[in-house]
Design a protein around this ligand. Structure first.
Ligand code: PMV
Length: 327
C-alpha cells in the first residue's frame, strides 16, 4: 500500500489579508500528513490521532446527521469533487475505498493541519492528479472547516517550496537565494481559523477604511518580502516579519502568548518573528540566521512552557511534494 504525503505550511507574510485578495507568501514544511487507501465495499475515512471514522453514506437519522463530525461532510465533499472532476475529464472514477490518514501537525495550530490531511486524502483518492488539481479539489474539504478559505493552505500543502499566492490566481513559485532557517513555536492554545477569519470579517464590516489600510500595508510587506527572499536578504525579511506582526496585532488576531514568544525569539537572536496562520493562539514563526540560533530560540520557548521545532526550507520543494512513499 502506498502512503501519500502532504506538507504543512508556514505563512511568512500576508495571512488574513490574503482572504481579501492581498498576496501572501508561504513555505511548505516536511511536518505534515499522510493517507493510505485500500479497496472497500463502502468509502470511509479514519483519522488516526483524532480517532474518528466517517462514512460516505449519510447518517440515517436527522439526529445522527446533526451529531456527525464536520469531517464526514468534508470527506463526502472531497469524494464528490474528485469523482465529478474525473467524470468531466473523462478519466477513471475512483471506486469505494477505505482511507486511513494521520497528521503530525497540531490541529488549530496555524500550520495547515486540515489542509494537509485533505491533500493527503485527495492524493490517496487519485495519486496521479497534479498539485494544482489536488489543491483545487481540497477547497471543497477546506470550506467545511474554514468557512471562507483563501486556498493558500491547500496550495502550499500540495505544491511545497516557497509560494507567492493570490486568491483565485495560479500560484507562483518564489526562488530562494539562500535557505530559510525557521524556528516554529506553538502557544499550546488551539485556535479556530473560522473564528479568527470572522474576527477580521467583522472589522472589515465595521471599520472598512482602517482595515483596508492595514491590508494595503500588508500588501507592501508581501511584495518586499518576495524581493528579499529572491535576493537572499534575510535581515530585510526578518524586519518584514516584525512589521507584519504589528499589523496583525492591529487586526486583533495576536495574543499575549504570541507577543511573548515573538519577543523571546527576538531576544534570542531571531531576525524577525510573527504569528503564522490564523492567530489567536496557534503558532509563531521566527526567522533565524543560523540553526544554532534557531535551536536557542526553541529552547527559550520550551523554558517558558511552549513547544517548538526547527525547520529549514531549501531551494528545492520537499521530496514529499508529489509524495508517494512506502509506509
Ligand atoms: O490557521 P491556518 O493554518 O488555517 O491558516 C489560515 C490562514 C488565513 O489567512 C487566516 C485564512 C485563509 O484562508 O487564508
Amino acid at each position: 500500500m502506498s502512503r501519500h504525503r502532504a506538507l504543512g505550511k508556514v505563512i511568512l507574510n500576508g495571512e488574513h489579508a490574503v482572504v481579501y485578495g492581498v498576496p501572501a507568501i508561504a513555505v511548505g514544511i516536511d511536518t505534515g500528513a499522510w493517507a493510505e487507501s485500500s479497496p472497500a465495499a463502502e468509502s470511509t475515512l479514519y483519522v488516526r490521532g483524532w480517532d474518528i471514522t466517517v462514512h460516505e453514506t449519510m447518517p440515517a437519522t436527522e439526529e445522527d446527521r446533526a451529531n456527525e463530525a464536520p469531517l464526514g461532510r468534508a470527506f463526502r465533499n472531497i469524494l464528490e469533487e474528485t469523482r465529478s472532476r474525473q467524470r468531466a475529464q473523462g478519466g477513471t472514477v475512483t471506486a469505494n475505498v477505505s482511507v486511513v490518514a494521520e497528521a503530525d501537525l497540531p490541529p488549530g495550530g496555524g500550520l495547515g493541519c486540515s489542509a494537509a490531511i485533505g491533500v493527503a486524502v485527495a492524493r490517496a483518492l487519485e495519486p496521479r492528479a497534479s498539485a494544482d488539481e489536488i489543491a483545487s479539489r481540497v477547497m471543497a474539504w477546506e470550506r467545511v472547516f474554514h468557512g471562507n478559505p483563501s486556498g493558500i493552505d491547500a496550495a502550499v500543502s500540495a505544491s511545497g517550496g516557497c509560494v507567492y499566492f493570490r486568491r483565485g490566481k495560479p500560484m507562483e513559485r518564489v526562488s530562494l537565494k539562500s535557505p530559510l532557517i525557521l524556528a516554529i513555536g506553538n502557544t499550546g492554545i488551539a485556535s479556530s481559523t473560522k473564528t479568527m477569519v470572522e474576527v477580521v470579517a467583522r472589522q472589515v464590516e465595521q471599520k472598512r477604511d482602517t482595515t483596508e489600510r492595514a491590508f494595503e500595508g500588508i500588501r507592501v510587506l508581501v511584495e518586499n518580502a518576495r524581493h528579499a527572499i529572491t535576493a537572499g536578504d534575510l535581515a530585510a525579511l526578518g524586519k518584514l516579519l516584525d512589521l507584519n506582526q504589528m499589523l496583525l496585532a492591529g487586526l486583533f488576531v495576536s495574543s499575549e502568548d504570541i507577543e511573548r514568544m515573538c519577543g523571546s525569539a527576538r531576544e534570542h537572536g531571531a531576525l524577525g518573528a510573527k504569528l503564522t496562520g490564523a492567530g489567536g493562539g496557534g503558532s509563531v514563526v521566527a526567522l533565524a540566521p543560523t540553526t544554532d540560533t534557531a535551536s536557542r530560540i526553541v529552547s527559550a520557548w520550551r523554558n517558558d512552557g511552549f513547544s517548538g521545532f526547527v525547520t529549514t526550507v531549501g531551494q528545492e520543494p520537499s521530496a514529499y511534494t508529489y509524495g508517494e512513499s512506502s509506509p
